[in-house]
Design a binder for this molecule. Structure first.
Ligand SMILES: *Cc1c(COP(=O)(O)O)cnc(C)c1O
Length: 251
């Protein structure tokens, strides 16, 4: 596992962001893509607001969080700053009202129930929200997201939710040191997008600190990078991606 040094100053953040950006640009160039077609979304989960303020001073205008409670707290703590918040983790219907209220985008849509809950809240607020459909391209049971076979049927349901602006697809690749297996996940997402053949669904959010260069080579338009920008997290990934089934409260 690569270890990433923590950034503790605006200059250190600027350097980390520039280094990641240079690698994105190089990966894009290798496959003949325009670097400007790839957005770097810094993922700030577990990082306290004191350090986030340094990152914002270094130029971050968007931050990604995988837990709604944490994102909501930081959004209000940092309300004085011009930051767009992206929720990139699984959402339970009872938290849809929070996401509808503060998020600029939601990248982990994987059920009609959540689409419906978000849409109702957004309609009440007179807002709309950019969303990405999360796909479980590795087909591991522990991961959230739709099975690839269920994607076309799911997409067909979404026009009913007019406050959701569906932009494209999101995935987490298999956690593997075998590059071919990781690449295969990104390819699967790219193929799904092509199969959808809808110019409105052009976005591919894929790639994290350990694999974003591969993702860019495979067509990512958004990479979600945490540790390479903010430094290594203390806890293992299993802490952030809980396994097992969850129970959702009745509506
Ligand atoms: C944490 C997280 C990332 C970023 O992972 P890093 O290893 O910190 O780059 C990307 N996507 C999601 C959904 C995450 O929860």
């Amino acid at each position: 596992m690569t270890s990433y040094p923590p950034a503790e100053s605006t200059a250190a953040f600027a350097a980390n962001i520039a280094a990641v950006r240079a690698r994105i640009d190089a990966a894009a160039a290798r496959v003949g893509r325009a670097p400007s077609d790839v957005r770097l979304l810094p993922v700030s989960k577990t990082v306290p607001q004191e350090r986030l303020r340094l990152a914002v001073a270094a130029g971050c205008r968007e931050l990604g969080e995988n837990k709604v409670q944490e994102a909501k707290r930081k959004h209000s703590e940092m309300a004085d700053l011009d930051v767009a918040w992206a929720v990139i983790g699984h959402l339970q219907t009872n938290k849809a009202k929070d996401v509808a209220a503060f998020a600029a985008e939601f990248q982990a849509l994987d059920s009609v129930r959540v689409a419906d809950a978000l849409d109702r809240r957004l309609q009440m607020l007179g807002r709309s929200l950019d969303v990405y459909v999360q796909v479980n391209t590795s087909e591991e049971e522990s991961k959230y997201g739709l099975a690839t076979a269920d994607v076309p049927g799911f997409l067909a349901e979404l026009p009913a939710f007019s406050a959701l602006r569906v932009r494209g697809f999101m995935t987490l690749a298999e956690f593997s040191t075998d590059e071919a297996r990781v690449r295969a996940c990104f390819r699967r997402l790219h193929e799904l997008r092509d199969a959808a053949a809808d110019p409105g669904l052009g976005e591919l959010s894929m790639g994290m600190s350990g694999d974003y260069e591969i993702a860019v080579e495979e067509g990512a338009t958004c990479v979600r990078v945490g540790q390479a920008v903010f430094g290594s997290r203390a806890l293992p990934d299993s802490h952030y991606w809980p396994t097992g089934t969850e129970t959702t409260p009745p509506r």
